[in-house]
Structures are given as structure tokens and as C-alpha cells.
Design a protein around this ligand. Structure first.
Ligand SMILES: *[C@@H]1O[C@H](CO)[C@@H](O)[C@H](O)[C@H]1NC(C)=O
Length: 347
């Protein structure tokens, strides 16, 4: 077991703390005795988060601070005071305008690094990237990715939507370009400026699993895809647009961030959060087991399968240090997701 760099009791700064991954990161840090200062755009709108964590965790402290605009240089300077680590999860809301979204994401990330470099107490910075910063899923195509892979297609397609691609993929392409360009920019900044902190990134694929506070968070991020399978709403279009790829449980995802944050061994690494391959028919099969009386769409013909080889063993090793075991599997994660659908449901 490698050495802990950051001990329980340390204060960790987490941006985007109200989202799916950010909230699980805070929850898992607090459970391990780390204090968390979480940033959101609007503290009043996210007050439920303070209530939730304060009620749940008594051994560690959670506080919420407001950073309304992460593109303003120095926006994090005052709020990271006394922090030992910085986990940058926040992404700008993806609009349909790459000129706006992509530069916003890059400057948010670079501002996180600049403030951390000015704050000597910060020893570790972790960035939430995405599988899509390394590659788009390419069903039925054998290929491999590694630590040097970036999604060059995304940089093209995000800035200039290709005429032969469906218009409704524009948002996804901009998101992919955002993650690719930001992760590249952050590694470039670290190489150039040689800050006093250690930097790592995490590249999770689709997150399926428990939503921490579904009454407030709804079906955030990629949880929504599974909700389409659960209700049948938007199912045909979604299964056409979102192909077979990999999944990760959001708690495992959070624990990977924590491993990258606290362990001495993890330095200058990109951790691939790819737990298990899935197709929509796999998700349907689990849902039919969970809710045998419920009507679901039929299996989709010709979905193909993912054939991407990815060096995810290192991430699973780091995960093992934090949780004592490996990836949570698809069936268990989906079982833990369904209560959110039943609680907030609608249909
Ligand atoms: C990573 O992938 C690239 C492109 O496929 C390949 O050229 C390179 O040899 C690979 N590097 C390692 C360390 O496997």
C-alpha cells in the first residue's frame, strides 16, 4: 500500500460539487474524515447539499462557497485558502456555441491550476476529464487507447460540426471538444510552469449508479440515458446516437479521484475509469430482472459491440487502495440506480 500524502483532517476543495460526480467525491471524502469546501455557482440554490452532508457526516466538516464565474482569473484565489487538495470537476453548461463553451472550460481549468500554484498548502490537484477526451466510442472497431491518446476528431467536430453528422449530436461534440481541449491545456500548463503540486486526471466513461440526492439532482449526466431505457422515452433516438461503450459506477469514479488525490504513488497520471463494457441490451436485461412486471422496449437489433482496448488496470489498482476491492459491476450499479427512478419517477 503506497504512502498517504494527504491525511484525514485535510481540507479539500471540490468544484462542481452539486453534480453527480462532485457530490459523490464530497460524500466519499467526508466519509473518510477529509473536510470538504465545495464550490457551486449559487450557494443558495445548493443549500440542500450542506443540509444533506451536515446531517450525514459528523466527523468531518462540509462548507459551501460560491464561485459564480470560473472564467474570471483569480476566481479561486480566496476560496482555496488553507486547502491541501483541489479537485476540479466543474464543466460549463454545454451550449450550442463552441466559441463560448470551449474557452470557458479551458479558462476554468487553468484558473484552478493558477490559484493552486499560488497556494503553498495545496499539494495535489485532480482534474475530472472524460473518456471522450481520449476517444469517441467506435462500435465494432478494434482499436486501443493509452496515456498519450487525445480525441483529435472531437477538436475538429466540436468547433465545426461535420455536415454528414446528425445535428442533434452537436452538443455532444462540443462537450467532447471541451474535455479534450481542457485536459490538453492543463497538462501543457503543468509541463510549462512546473508548479509545486502534483497533477493527475481521471477519464471516466459513462457513469451509471446511485444518485446521492435524487430529489434535488434528478437524473444528472449519463444517468439520464438509463432513465430513457427505464421509461422508453427517447429510447429509439438515444440508442441510435449513444453506442456501446464502457461504464463506471459513480462511487468508484469518486474513489478514483480520491486515490489520485491522496496517494504518493499517483503522479502525472491519467487514470482510465473504464469498469466494464455495456450495450443497451445489457442494461435492458438487468432492468427486466429488477422489474419483471414492468414494460420495457424490445432489445435493439444490430447494436454491435465495443472493441476498445484501454489500460484500465492501473485505475483498478488505485481504486483497490481506496476501497479494498475492484470495479463495481454493471448489474450492481444499475440496481443502485433504480431507487432514484422510483423516488423521482414521474413515469
Ligand atoms: C499509445 O498509442 C499510440 C497510438 O496508437 C501508439 O503509437 C503508442 O505506441 C502507444 N503507447 C504505448 C505506451 O502503448
Amino acid at each position: 500500500m503506497p504512502t498517504l500524502v494527504l491525511q484525514p483532517g485535510a481540507l479539500i476543495f471540490v468544484t462542481g460539487v452539486n453534480g453527480l460526480i462532485g457530490s459523490h467525491i464530497a460524500d466519499q471524502l467526508l466519509a473518510r474524515g477529509y473536510n470538504v469546501r465545495g464550490a457551486v455557482r449559487d450557494v443558495e440554490k445548493s443549500a440542500w447539499l450542506s443540509d444533506y452532508f451536515t446531517g450525514k457526516h459528523t466527523a468531518a466538516h462540509f462548507e459551501l462557497v460560491s464561485v459564480p464565474d470560473m472564467t474570471i482569473e483569480g476566481c479561486y484565489d480566496a476560496v482555496v485558502k488553507d486547502c491541501a487538495g483541489f479537485i476540479h470537476v466543474a464543466s460549463p453548461l454545454t451550449g450550442q456555441d463552441p466559441q463560448e463553451t470551449i474557452p470557458q472550460a479551458i479558462s476554468g481549468g487553468v484558473n484552478a491550476l493558477k490559484s493552486s500554484a499560488k497556494t503553498p498548502s495545496i499539494q495535489r490537484v485532480v482534474f475530472t476529464s472524460s473518456s471522450i477526451a481520449a476517444t469517441f466510442p467506435k462500435p465494432n472497431t478494434p482499436f486501443s487507447i493509452n496515456e498519450t491518446s487525445y480525441n483529435e476528431d472531437a477538436l475538429q467536430w466540436g468547433w465545426n460540426h461535420p455536415a454528414d453528422q446528425p445535428a442533434d449530436l452537436k452538443g455532444l461534440f462540443i462537450y467532447a471538444a471541451t474535455k479534450t481541449a481542457t485536459e490538453k491545456a492543463l497538462w501543457g500548463w503543468v509541463r510549462e510552469n512546473k508548479p509545486g503540486f502534483v497533477f493527475n486526471s481521471v477519464l471516466p466513461n459513462a457513469n451509471f449508479g446511485a444518485v446521492l440526492v435524487p430529489e434535488k439532482q434528478g437524473f444528472p449526466s449519463t444517468i439520464e440515458w438509463c432513465h430513457y431505457v427505464w421509461t422508453g422515452e427517447n429510447f429509439d433516438l438515444m440508442t441510435k446516437r449513444i453506442g456501446p461503450q464502457w461504464f463506471i459506477d459513480p462511487v468508484d469514479d469518486a474513489l478514483l479521484h480520491i486515490g489520485a488525490l491522496i496517494y504518493s504513488d499517483v503522479q502525472n497520471e491519467r487514470l482510465f475509469g473504464f469498469a466494464e463494457r455495456f450495450t443497451w441490451n445489457d442494461v435492458l436485461a438487468v432492468f427486466r430482472k429488477i422489474a419483471p412486471a414492468r414494460a420495457f422496449p424490445d432489445d435493439v437489433e444490430g447494436l454491435g459491440r465495443d472493441m476498445c482496448e484501454v489500460p484500465n488496470q492501473r485505475a483498478e489498482e488505485v481504486l483497490g487502495w481506496v476501497k479494498g476491492s475492484g470495479w463495481k459491476g454493471l448489474e450492481k450499479s444499475l440496481r443502485e440506480m433504480v431507487p432514484a427512478f422510483e423516488k423521482v419517477g414521474g413515469k
